[in-house]
Design a protein around this ligand. Structure first.
Ligand code: HQG
Length: 192
């Protein structure tokens, strides 16, 4: 399968498995799973036919491992990023000392005031890899910005962190006092 087909299927699956299962008439279970068979039939009726082998390739090859199969191999779900109500049954984990969040300069004034908020998703998404955060930042409007999160201090202050199956760190919010906006930005400036 060529890369553009892979990306197209991945975007389609993100749309239905994270945000709009109802648009193709499927129902996720409380933990976000849906039967692959049901999904493929619904996609076909939605004029977006996907071969079963293509689905497995996307699960395996997707750049961010956005999807998982259950242990029986018959169910699929998105690993994170949902706006629909699902309980991914993640256990709180001790985060690394520092985590990163990529955003655009247009959001900075608001973030300085209210901190990082989950907006339409279930959590604020953070990464332990600054390059991943930079890639997210590049998708945003304005200049790409990197926020450095003092995750260790937050954890010590009893904030709960979760790690998704594809290594995205999740937290309910990041108040401004745990955020540093400029230092990494200066160091990473050459990358922008
Ligand atoms: C911003 C990608 C104003 C926040 C990535 C972000 C991620 C605020 C946007 C996943 C704010 C929300 C999620 C505040 C936060 N005022 N703006 N107080 N607090 N924001 O898409 O983190 O490719 O919901 O900075 O890897 O950008 O989709 O979150 O710009 O894991 O698989 O509000 O998307 O994964 O945007 O991206 P999003 P995100 P995928």
């Amino acid at each position: 399968m060529n890369n553009s087909r892979l990306v197209k299927i991945s975007k389609y699956l993100s749309f239905v498995l994270r945000h709009h299962p109802e648009k193709i008439g499927i129902k996720l279970d409380p933990h976000g799973w849906v039967a692959i068979e049901e999904l493929l039939i619904a996609a076909k009726h939605d004029n977006f036919p996907i071969w079963e082998t293509e689905l497995y390739t996307v699960v395996e090859k997707n750049d961010k491992k956005r999807f998982s199969l259950d242990s029986s191999g018959t169910l699929i779900r998105a690993n994170q990023g949902h706006s629909v109500e699902v309980d991914l049954q993640l256990e709180p984990q001790i985060p690394p000392d520092i985590l990163y969040h990529g955003t655009g300069s247009h959001a900075i004034d608001s973030i300085k005031k209210t901190g990082l908020q989950k907006m339409s998703r279930h959590h604020v998404h953070l990464s332990n890899d600054v390059n991943k955060a930079i890639n997210v930042a590049k998708r945003r409007s304005g200049k790409p910005m990197i926020l450095v999160v003092d995750a260790m201090a937050m954890s010590q202050d009893s904030y709960h962190f979760y790690l998704s199956a594809n290594h995205v760190w999740l937290v309910d919010e990041v108040p401004p006092r745990y955020l540093q906006i400029s230092s990494i930005l200066r160091r990473e400036k050459r990358l922008f």
